[in-house]
Ligand binder design. Sequence first.
Ligand SMILES: Nc1nc(=O)c2c([nH]1)NC[C@@H]1CN(c3ccc(C(=O)N[C@@H](CCC(=O)O)C(=O)O)cc3)CN21
Ligand SMILES: CC(C)C(=O)C(=O)O
Ligand SMILES: [Mg+2]
Length: 278
Amino acid sequence: MSKDKVTTATVKQMKAEGRPITMLTAYDFSMAKLVDDAGIDMILVGDSLGNVMLGYESTLPVTMDEMIHHVKAVCRGTSRAMVVADLPFMSYQVSVKEALRNSGRFLKETTASAVKLEGGQEVFDVIRAVVDAGIPVVGHLGLTPQSVHQMGGYKVQGKDEAAARKLLADAKCVEEAGAFCLVLECVPAPLAKLVTESLQIPTIGIGAGAQCDGQVLVIHDMLGLYPRSSPKFVKKYVNLHEHMTAALKQYIEEVTERSFPGPEHSFGMSEEVLKKLY
Ligand SMILES: Nc1nc(=O)c2c([nH]1)NC[C@@H]1CN(c3ccc(C(=O)N[C@@H](CCC(=O)O)C(=O)O)cc3)CN21
Ligand SMILES: CC(C)C(=O)C(=O)O
Ligand SMILES: [Mg+2]
């Protein structure tokens, strides 16, 4: 392992020093290389690949085999960032044994160094067992997309007193179980701040305000590459959809009018050889 590689120790150190942790998703080699070269700390191969890469309506259909396919590609493009593999729906809910088997697959079949899973008190035993097997775990609370049907849609979580208390208790559970880091998704900013102050482990927010120890976004959302509507928490740093459409239209036009390829994109041969062919 190279000496500047981001590890669980790096992330812990960053919280201690008050340095924000940066995380983005990536799902393939080229995007991972772009993100890693830019200097991101953590790359999440999210099950959101079901939406942005595979066109599913939710993350629920994503399989372990689909995840592994993408995690492998991301690892090949990453040298410094820590790669975190998202455990897909039903890969860790059935039993602790299955959770161990599937977490183990990520670390054996790819070079990812941590796994992520959704839930609080109900996944305490799972987190504990995976951590005990030597696999670092990232928790995920608040809006947990794998429970979309139970939540009745993608909604901000922890708004009333009971829900807020439950989220705080779940966060402490996730830490107690041994997770080294916790994603907070769609949580009121003041509650995310309270959770962040209440935990030793760093929190990584997405729609959880500025007081988390780090931030994560889906890369397609922040680059303006996702054609479906984006949640309120997304900031589009660039509208790549527009830039790419312009490039594609120019290509179509130039091929149609035969201005592409030009001489600089073409290969010649000697007149002498050519003459013999005619
Ligand atoms: N491209 C993409 N980006 C994501 O952030 C993302 C995925 N896909 N797929 C998996 C989940 C689904 N996520 C979502 C999807 C929708 C909302 C959303 O529409 N939220 C409302 C909140 C409304 C409210 O309760 O006030 C919003 O307006 O932001 C939030 C998170 C986050 N994840
Ligand atoms: C949005 C992040 C936290 C995630 O779980 C994913 O990309 O799947
Ligand atoms: Mg996910």
